[in-house]
Write a protein that binds this ligand. Structure first.
Ligand code: NAD
Length: 266
């Protein structure tokens, strides 16, 4: 797949394990010019060498909780490149305390925080990105998880946020479709990343996924990167408002499989 002459702005690389980094590498391999936005100064030190390794010259700090910072990044992008073809939103956050206890114990502030960083940020970014994409078959892609559809232990408020994110994908796809901009999500299987380390019992989740998924393995950064390349390319020209499961088939199975007892996790 060729993306020569195309540009992509990627939010959410924290380190080389980030799903966003897997996507960046695939887009780069396809010939796309890639730029990055990262959360904080400490992360900047990790993102800068990664960006350099694929020849990227756009690396901007942005706290997605702040509209002014988001607008500043897109203004800087417009100034440098004039237009945008691909936006990757791979950003999520929840208070760790809300990912350990029962869901009903979620605090009001924790609920707002998860929804703001993990959901509203997509809306805020999309409305900055869409005008730069008009007439260019633009593509916006976000990352979601199965916990949006079914109850996954410890995923709690993040599952509710992901359900809102998936609904937002459909509403944004309807808004921007007439302008030729597509909006989709990948529902990735569990992958060991910084964000995943905040989810209680994540190792047990990986083990269960590997055992249950039809492909009998865990999902990789590369699996997600390649599907992202498809969704952001003209191969997916007729696909919008979609949530594509890239999870080795886990989500088609009854869980746990009807003939097996779940393994003790402790
Ligand atoms: P990650 O920790 O590498 O990426 C999460 C990113 O969100 C980080 O770069 C972090 O800096 C950024 N972020 C958090 N708060 C921010 C803020 N206020 N402003 C700007 N950036 C902020 O972890 P990841 O697993 O690669 O997560 C990427 C996306 O994939 C997330 O939406 C996550 O929910 C989703 N996802 C992850 C998995 C998994 O198992 N790892 C599975 C399905 C979906």
């Amino acid at each position: 797949m060729e993306l020569k002459g195309k540009t992509a702005l990627i939010f959410g690389v924290a380190n080389d394990r980030s799903i966003a980094w897997g996507i960046a590498q695939e887009l780069h391999k396809a010939g796309c010019t890639v730029g990055f936005s990262y959360a904080g100064e400490a992360l900047g030190k990790r993102v800068a060498p990664l960006a350099e390794s694929i020849g990227s010259t756009f690396v901007e700090q942005c706290d997605v909780a702040d509209d002014a910072q988001i607008e500043r990044v897109f203004a800087a992008w417009k100034e440098k490149y004039g237009s945008l073809d691909i936006l990757i939103h791979a950003v999520a956050f929840a208070d760790r305390n809300d990912l350990k206890k029962e869901f009903y114990g979620t605090s009001r502030s924790g609920f707002h925080l998860a929804m703001d960083i993990s959901v509203f940020s997509l809306i805020a970014m999309a409305r900055c990105a869409a005008p730069l994409m008009e007439g260019r078959d633009g593509s916006i892609l976000t990352l979601t998880y199965y916990g949006a559809e079914k109850v996954v232990k410890n995923y709690n408020v993040m599952g509710v946020a992901k359900a809102a994110l998936e609904a937002s994908v459909r509403y944004l796809a309807a808004d921007f479709g007439p302008k030729g901009v597509r909006v989709n999500a990948i529902s990735a299987g569990p992958i060991k990343t910084l964000a995943a380390s905040g989810i209680g019992d994540f190792r047990a989740m990986l083990k269960h996924h590997e055992k249950t998924a039809p492909l009998q393995r865990n999902t990789t950064q590369e699996d997600v990167g390649r599907s992202a390349l498809y969704l952001c390319s003209s191969l997916a020209s007729g696909v919008t408002g979609e949530v594509l499961h890239v999870d080795c088939g886990y989500s088609i199975m009854s869980s746990p499989p009807a003939n097996e007892e779940p393994e003790p996790t402790a």
